[in-house]
Design a protein around this ligand. Structure first.
Ligand SMILES: N[C@@H](CCC(=O)N[C@@H](CS)C(=O)NCC(=O)O)C(=O)O
Length: 241
């Protein structure tokens, strides 16, 4: 339940129905929040999405997100109505609470290995943000993606999750959805090598068509437009609202 508009400073706390379903506090272009949306949609968990303006944060955000970040998942049906923060913790909670369409493997070793892989993805996210937000060279990014190319080849399956997307796929996808931003920033220096990343390229094509990804998809052009507005100091949060 949301118009998709981002609520800013001064806006009243949204009045939501007293239906007990979880409330996801989000921002439409946040890749961490996207992880939570993908998990909720993969599991078809009814929920409300509340979008917040992160430049002018609403005063009540602190009630659900003590560090004033998104995503935050407000569990209104639980005793004392706690909130969860941190995208990976939220997703793991959802995976345990709602067993349908499991994301993490059941086997403890495979489970640990998938979590390690997602942990190692921080090398990609930090190189990505350094390039996009601070104009750093892209040099650190490609070797970080090699890890994922090699792992996908080793697994011998189209997805990290096997014959369908799972935890690793959905947790790393948001940054691949935003490659257009990297291209926009780097211009002719953008050198994503489709041969070097043959498996990842095929995986990107598959995930782009995945119905869960499509349920929360912004086009390459929309990501660039959001980024452009943000860089210009006039962030267009409501681009898709
Ligand atoms: N480690 C956090 C990162 C969340 C995060 O950095 N979210 C950004 C938006 S993409 C945010 O809320 N920024 C607001 C701020 O830092 O003030 C997670 O995985 O959930």
């Amino acid at each position: 339940m949301s118009s998709g508009k981002h609520l800013a400073k001064g806006s009243p706390k949204p009045a939501l129905p007293d239906d007990g379903v979880p409330r996801l506090y989000s921002m439409r272009f946040c890749p961490y929040a996207e992880r939570a949306h993908l998990a909720l949609n993969a599991k078809k968990v009814p929920h409300h999405s509340i979008y917040v303006n992160l430049t002018e944060k609403p005063e009540w955000l602190v009630d659900v997100s003590p560090l004033l970040k998104v995503p935050a998942l407000h569990l209104v049906a639980e005793k004392d109505q706690p909130s969860l923060i941190e995208s990976l913790i939220i997703v793991e909670y959802l995976d345990e609470k709602y067993p349908q369409n499991p994301l993490l493997p059941k086997d403890p070793l495979q489970r640990a290995q998938d979590k390690i892989l997602v942990e190692r993805f921080t090398a990609v996210t930090s190189a990505f943000f350094k390039t996009v937000l601070h104009g750093a060279k892209v040099d650190d990014l490609w070797p970080a993606i090699d890890t994922f190319e090699t792992e996908l080849a080793k697994r011998g399956t189209p997805y990290f999750g096997g014959d369908k997307p799972g935890y690793v796929d959905y947790m790393i996808w948001p940054w691949f959805e935003r490659l257009s931003v990297l291209q926009f920033v780097l211009k002719e220096a953008y050198n994503f090598d489709k041969q070097r990343y043959a498996k990842i390229s095929a995986w990107i094509d598959l995930l782009t068509k995945d119905e869960v990804v499509q349920s929360f998809f912004a086009t390459p052009e929309q990501h660039v437009e959001y980024f452009r507005s943000r860089s210009a100091g006039n962030t267009n949060y409501d681009l898709l609202a």
